[in-house]
Design a protein around this ligand. Structure first.
Ligand code: PMP
Length: 463
């Protein structure tokens, strides 16, 4: 009798094991890993290669961190140079040539009026650390403890930053309306809606019975990122500057996500010409490694030694990578490039909305773009825009679009107040061809998602 070989057991691919072990061992609080089940093993520019051999165009860029994309040669060279030099990699807040060069480069990019009179504080390495530092700074300097912050804001996950974010409640924080054209809280939209928001702010601050705890500062994002890509109109930004200046309230611009060319100018405050008192910087300033700082007017520098300390304030590799990134963006006018390419992508996406009633709104600035998906057949929400009524957001469709994008080799983010905004944050080095490919794949994904049964199944759970 012939001996038959046992049939070979088909082993699952290695990446499936990694994903399975991640799901078993990592926290329930994990985020991107849930909607983007990929295992990146190599990356260059805008392309990520997964352990399964698939390639993806990355429009997430480490949540907006990678201004130059993955592993840009100038970033790698800067990192190698530090390693090969024998310099210490970790030095608390001691002075080093690498830090000195980073600070010089950073100051050369700041609005002139601030750069001429600025102090920089190196804090813990995350954006949220820098937000905490900024809040502490303005409270110490003013002797007041209240804070003005906006609906839809996101400033981080530590206690103070979270309290300033839109989803939180905190007795010391006065929540003000952020202008929003598509879902304008005043039913006006555009410049008029923004002016009404500014008037409400002014009125509340001057109302002796307004219930506003004396504010040390006002914190705002020039373009709200996590809140669903909501650009602040330039005029409104100038109004906030006037309102804060007249009342000696420090204006804090959180440029963690908007900085380093992302919105079409080096810093997003430049669109309006506003010079804030404090700027909060992280993400791209570390050239893909963790780094965060605040820069502020010297008059605010009234805190004591050790007032805001932390062990990891001296990451030399991040400072070198960051200085190389800032210099590359500046020398190659990548902010202008982001503005041009972003406007082109925005126009193509807006054109797409003519055939897709599920595209409620397309908005953004530079290469920070959001597409709000809605259910055109559902009853409108009570708040209305200037054109009439905005249909309710459709988070299930946004989730389905994200999955369909992934199937087509495109990584996008979903965010916004109702998780219904598909977000694009490509690197500033994106080529014309890649920009076309992104919009093509997204359009195709939207068509598929609109037909998908997944959408109908998910819709039952989320509404
Ligand atoms: N501010 C803004 C505007 C942000 O977008 C973020 C992060 N998305 C943060 C602060 C917090 O940064 P981090 O996650 O590094 O703490």
């Amino acid at each position: 009798m012939a001996v038959t070989e046992p049939a070979p057991v088909a082993l699952p691919p290695a990446h499936e094991g990694i994903l399975r072990r991640q799901a078993l061992r990592e926290s329930a609080a994990r985020t991107y890993a849930r909607s983007l089940p990929i295992v990146p093993v190599r990356a260059r520019g805008m392309t990520i290669e997964g352990a399964d051999g698939r390639r993806y165009l990355d429009c997430l860029s480490g949540a907006g961190t990678l201004a130059l994309g993955h592993n840009h040669p100038v970033v790698l060279e800067a990192i190698r140079k530090v390693i090969d030099s024998g310099a210490p990699l970790h030095v608390l807040d001691l002075a080093t040539p690498v830090k000195d060069a980073f600070t010089t480069e950073l100051f050369s990019t700041l609005p002139r009026e601030l750069a001429d009179d600025a102090r920089v504080q190196f804090c813990g390495p995350a954006g949220t650390d820098a937000v905490e530092a900024a809040l502490k700074l303005v409270r110490v300097a003013s002797g007041r403890s209240g804070l003005l912050a906006f609906t839809g804001a996101y400033h981080g996950m530590t206690a103070g930053a979270l309290a300033a974010s839109g989803g939180a409640t905190d007795v010391g924080v006065t929540r003000l309306p952020f202008p929003h054209t598509y879902r304008c809280p005043f039913g006006a939209g555009g410049e008029h809606g923004a002016e009404l928001a500014a008037r409400w702010t002014e009125y509340l601050l001057d109302d002796p019975k307004g219930g506003v705890p004396a504010p040390a500062g006002m914190i705002l994002e020039p373009v709200q990122g996590e809140g669903g890509v909501n650009p602040a109109p330039d005029r409104w930004m100038r109004r906030m500057r006037e309102i804060t200046q007249e009342r000696s309230i420090a204006l804090i611009a959180d440029e963690v996500q908007t900085g380093v060319g992302r919105t079409g100018t080096f810093w997003a405050v430049e669109h309006s010409g506003v010079v804030p008192d404090v700027m909060v910087l992280s993400k791209a300033i570390g050239g893909s490694l963790p780094l965060a700082v605040i820069v502020y007017r010297s008059a605010l520098d009234l805190w004591r030694p050790g007032a805001h300390a932390g062990t990891f304030r001296g990451n030399q590799l991040a400072m070198a990578a960051g200085a190389a990134t800032l210099a590359y963006v500046r020398e190659n006018q990548l902010a202008e490039r982001a503005g041009t390419l972003g406007a082109r992508m925005l126009a193509r996406l807006q054109a797409l909305s003519a055939d897709h009633p599920s595209i409620g709104d397309v908005r953004g600035r530079g290469l920070m773009i959001g597409i709000e998906l809605v259910d055109p057949e559902a009853e409108p929400l009570t708040v209305t825009d200037e054109k009439g009524s905005a249909p309710p957001p459709d988070p299930a469709l946004a989730a389905a679009v994200q999955q369909e994008c992934l199937h087509r080799g495109l990584i996008v983010e979903v965010g916004g107040r109702h998780s219904a905004v598909v977000r694009l944050l490509p690197p500033l080095t994106l080529t014309d061809e890649q920009a076309v490919a992104v919009v093509d794949r997204l359009a195709d994904a939207l068509r598929a998602a609109e037909r998908s049964p997944y959408r109908r199944a998910a819709a039952g759970q989320t509404r």
